[in-house]
Design a protein around this ligand. Structure first.
Ligand code: HSE
Length: 400
């Protein structure tokens, strides 16, 4: 019998308790043990809920109980989650978390403690919700150099962009609707400004490179400036606008970025719509692969946490080596990164050509007082230098 404690009885934590109960027999078969929840740590009491008798308010009760060998952290945020998780690992307990803020900030440190204590710190649910991506990167695609990892890793913004595309709506209207439906949070900043996706690509890049990537080093743009007019141009180009979190190997090292991109129809990420997530991985031997599924939500995310629990039960007393050390990863400067740029402006075709040279114009018939164009392939730095000379620049979106 393996006794588990769940820290944080919110959406994901309650999902973990539900799956452990509902899929008890399956979990016993796959892990080889009965797995039972002994404690649930939360500030609230949950009167009348079947877990009420398991509620504790002090994390030390869990840390000091030798019967607990697995701890689930589903509280979110860096503190107090970090203090609690560190205490659990130091007490010799295995920990799984769904908390991307914690993993992005403290991943290497917590993995190092787990190694010292011969336990495990796993975090499958921290990126892509229920989609298996961390374990495939850590355990399956391990003989390859990963040359690119790019994903739609935020369900809220993908839902919003899908809605804007399907219904021609403006950003603010779609945001209100997404909030009313419970897809977007009351304070949507982390999603719409790209901060959530930034932490997720920091984790993926750390896993791929084996070093600690500082998420603050990643150039991040959200979707707040995307308009219904941009969507009209995207349709004219047979492309879709998606918020991409991308990391790729260049001659100067890995370069990572979060930004809206115009994706062509033949790109594997083009058809990833609504709240779904997908992560595209290119290995130097594997070639292209894609991991697709539910990137958020109670049961999909809890499913990934329970997968970690089963893995930890199967590896009791054995640390699973994760290639992610504390050495800070120096990312290449994104300004040296090359792409084509789609630009909207009120400038004349002549002015555009004088500044950018050869471009491809994109004309949306219903828009009389502006024009769009796509540049040749150039670095971010070269684009910025030219764009500074362009009068009346209205928008820039990179092409994937
Ligand atoms: N806010 C996140 C999203 C939740 O919309 O994808 C999952 O991390």
């Amino acid at each position: 019998m393996v006794k588990v404690a769940v820290m944080g009885y919110g959406t994901i934590g309650s999902g973990v308790v539900e799956i452990l109960e509902q899929n008890k027999q399956r979990i016993k078969k796959t892990s080889g043990e009965d797995v039972e929840v002994k404690y649930v740590l939360d500030l609230r009491e949950f009167e009348g809920d079947p877990i009420q008798s398991k509620i504790v308010h002090d994390y030390k009760v869990i840390a000091e109980d030798p019967e607990i060998s697995v701890v689930v952290e589903t509280m979110g945020g860096v503190e107090p989650a970090f203090t609690f998780v560190k205490a659990m690992l130091e007490a010799g307990k295995n920990v799984t978390t769904s908390n991307k803020a914690l993993v992005a900030d403290k991943g290497a440190e917590l993995i190092a403690i787990a190694e010292q204590k011969n336990v495990n710190f796993l975090f499958e649910a921290s990126v892509g919700g229920g989609i298996p991506i961390i374990r495939p990167l850590m355990s399956s695609i391990t003989g390859d150099e990963i040359v690119e990892i790019s994903g739609i890793v935020n369900g809220t913004t993908n839902y919003m962009l899908t809605k804007m595309t399907a219904e021609g709506l403006e950003f603010d209207d779609v945001l209100k609707e997404a909030q009313a439906k419970g897809y977007a949070e009351k304070d949507p900043t982390a999603d719409i400004e790209g901060y959530d996706a930034c932490r997720k690509i920091a984790i993926l890049t750390s896993v791929v490179c084996g070093q600690q990537v500082n998420y603050e080093d990643i150039h991040t743009e959200g979707i707040t400036k995307i308009t219904a007019t941009d969507i009209l141009y995207a349709k004219e180009m047979n492309r879709a606008i998606k918020l991409l979190a991308t990391s790729r190997q260049t001659n100067e090292g890995y370069v990572a970025m979060v930004a809206p991109f115009l994706i062509p129809q033949d790109h594997p990420l083009y058809n990833v719509n609504d709240v779904f997530n997908a992560i595209f991985v290119k290995g130097n031997m594997l070639g292209d692969s894609m991991f697709y599924g539910s990137g958020a939500g109670k049961l999909p995310t809890a499913s990934a946490v329970v997968g970690d629990i089963v893995d930890m039960v199967k590896h009791m007393g054995k640390h699973i080596i994760l290639n992610w050390d504390a050495t800070p990863m120096v990312l290449a400067d994104y300004k040296k990164c090359e792409s084509k740029f789609f630009v909207r402006t009120k400038a004349s075709k002549e002015e555009i050509s004088n500044i950018f040279g050869k471009v491809e114009f994109v004309d949306v018939k219903s828009l009389a007082d502006e024009i769009g164009f796509v540049t040749e392939q150039m670095t971010e730095a070269a684009y910025e230098e030219k764009a500074a000379k362009l009068p009346d620049l209205l928008q820039m979106i990179r092409l994937a």
